[in-house]
Every structure is written in structure tokens, then in C-alpha cells.
Ligand binder design. Structure first.
Ligand code: SAM
Length: 287
């Protein structure tokens, strides 16, 4: 139950590099709340100093999140307003805050989003790969067996895949992706977005491996890796189209589709659609 005496929890996005990438509303809220909860107060100091914000700060680490969330909750229930920020970008996106938001909402506290920078969305917006459907995968597991298992699960996913990656793991991850997803997959490496050495490189996974191997600088800084989704072709090769045409002259449509699907391994629906369009222009027996 929400009461007017209860404080508000603001989830505030901060820049991912360029300090100017902060909204006017975020600055207003950070100045006016009773306290700012940050992942690392030392990390956030330059941003706050730059905008003359002297609001008291508290630290929320991943390891103390559950326990610490209760303390913040108590403040909110006493009527204090609190802003949560992370080191960079949008809190809770591969960053702490989940327990705090969950508990606050469960206690009827108003949780208000202040949208802004997010590395995944910034990278998607410039990658030139399909963005109508994407899957945010965050960080892959560091151990190679678990990493390969995760990639196996994504192998046939048609959505664009978005990963965060640490610079010392980028080469290993690209190699694992090439081996599981195929070296010809299109991908984009977005490094140091909004910073001096911003690099947005599009290539196949194999191409990106060479790019990273040939330039040690590419294994530095912060990286978003975007990989094109599985593009299982629905197109039927001309020789199979011919076979379908011949079968349609002699067999019912269903039977012809069944045989061609078995021989080619194509999706039944694709073969069926082609058979329909071919049969419109001929007088083959149909069922
Ligand atoms: N919450 C953040 C967000 O909204 O993007 C992400 C935090 S996560 C702990 C840090 C990871 O985000 C980095 O390892 C990197 O993969 C990605 N990242 C953050 N800033 C970036 C930048 N300027 N350029 C490229 N990737 C960045």
C-alpha cells in the first residue's frame, strides 16, 4: 500500500563514458534526494562533482545487496527519497539493484525510472544488424564449458544477440562464438562507446577474431558484442525446385511436399508454400 509519507526510489541512468550523457531530470533528482545509493562511491564522485552534486552517498555492492536493501527500504518507509545509480549506464542492467527494486515494489514504495545511457542499447542503435527482435545475454559464463553450453542454446535463435564482455575475455569469446555459431555470422564489436577511442567494427566473427588479434588495443576498454541471429534460409535451391515441379506433375501436392522435405531437409512450410505457388500455374493432381 502506498502512503504519502513513504519516500520514492528513483532508478537513475548515468553516462557510460561521456559525462554529458546525463539527463536534466537525472541531475535534478540526484540533487534533491535524501541520499544516493551507488555501486562504488569513489567511481561516481567525478560525475557528481562535475555537476556540483553533494548529496550524501551509500554503497551497494553485489555481495551485500540483500542485507543492504533492507536498510534502504527502512529509510524509504521513513519517508526518505533515494536515488540508485550504478558505475555506468542503467542500474540493474548487468548491475546491482534487483533485490532493492523487488523489495521496494513489494512494500508498495513507488519506484520511478529515469531513463538514459545503456551500453547495450547504444551499441544496438549503431550496429546495422536487425533490431526488431533482440536478446540481451549480458556476460557469458567465464568457464569455457559453460560458455559453450550457453552458446549452443543460442545457436538457432533468430534474434540479434547482445553480449557484454570483459576485454581480457574478448578473444576467447569470439573464438567460442565462431566455433559454435559459425565463423560466417555477422557481428559488431562496439568498444569504448562515447569515449575517445570509440570503435564500432562490423565483420564476420572470423573477421573480428583477426581484427582483435592484429591490434592489441582492441583488447582494452569496455566492449559490447552484437551477433546477428541465426539466418536459416527458407530459399529452396533451383535443383530442388525442379524436383518439386516434376513430382507435382505426378503426385498429389501433399505427397510431393513430403518427399522434397525429406530429401532436402528444408522446412516443410517453405516447401509447401513453393508447391502452392508452382501448382497455381499448372494442372498437377492435388488433394
Ligand atoms: N549498466 C550498464 C549499462 O547500462 O550498460 C552495464 C554495466 S556492466 C557491469 C559493464 C559492461 O557494460 C562492460 O563490461 C561492457 O561490456 C559494457 N559497457 C559499459 N560501458 C561501455 C562503453 N562505454 N562501451 C562499450 N561497452 C560498455
Amino acid at each position: 500500500m502506498t502512503s504519502s509519507n513513504v519516500g520514492t526510489l528513483y532508478i537513475v541512468a548515468t553516462p557510460i563514458g561521456n559525462l554529458k550523457d546525463i539527463t536534466l531530470r537525472a541531475l535534478e533528482v540526484l540533487k534533491s534526494v535524501d541520499c544516493i545509493v551507488a555501486e562504488d562511491t569513489r567511481h561516481s564522485q567525478p560525475l557528481l562533482r562535475n555537476y556540483s552534486i553533494s548529496t550524501p552517498m551509500l554503497t551497494l555492492h553485489d555481495h551485500n545487496e540483500r542485507e543492504f536493501s533492507q536498510k534502504i527500504l527502512a529509510r524509504l518507509l521513513q519517508g526518505q527519497s533515494v536515488a540508485l545509480i550504478s558505475d555506468a549506464g542503467t542500474p540493474l542492467i548487468s548491475d546491482p539493484g534487483y533485490f532493492l527494486v523487488r523489495e521496494a515494489r513489494a512494500s508498495g514504495i513507488q519506484v520511478v525510472p529515469l531513463p538514459g545511457a545503456c551500453a547495450a542499447i547504444a551499441a544496438l542503435s549503431v550496429c546495422g544488424l536487425a533490431t526488431d527482435r533482440f536478446s540481451f545475454e549480458g556476460f557469458l559464463p567465464p568457464k569455457s564449458m559453460a560458455r559453450n553450453q550457453r552458446l549452443e542454446c543460442l545457436k538457432e535463435d533468430g534474434r540479434t544477440l547482445v553480449f557484454y564482455e570483459a576485454p581480457h575475455r574478448i578473444l576467447g569469446s569470439l573464438e567460442a562464438m565462431a566455433s559454435v555459431l559459425g565463423g560466417n555470422r555477422q557481428a559488431v564489436m562496439a568498444r569504448e562507446i562515447t569515449k575517445i577511442f570509440e570503435t564500432i567494427k562490423s565483420d564476420t566473427l572470423e573477421g573480428l577474431i583477426n581484427f582483435v588479434k592484429n591490434d592489441a588495443n582492441q583488447q582494452r576498454g569496455e566492449i559490447v558484442l552484437i551477433v546477428g541471429g541465426c539466418q536459416e534460409s527458407n530459399e529452396i535451391k533451383p535443383e530442388f525446385e525442379n524436383l518439386l515441379r516434376i513430382l507435382l506433375e505426378n503426385l498429389p501436392l501433399k505427397k510431393a511436399v513430403e518427399i522434397v522435405t525429406k530429401i532436402t531437409g528444408q522446412k516443410k512450410n517453405s516447401v509447401y508454400q513453393l508447391a502452392l505457388s508452382l501448382s497455381k500455374n499448372s494442372s498437377q493432381p492435388s488433394d
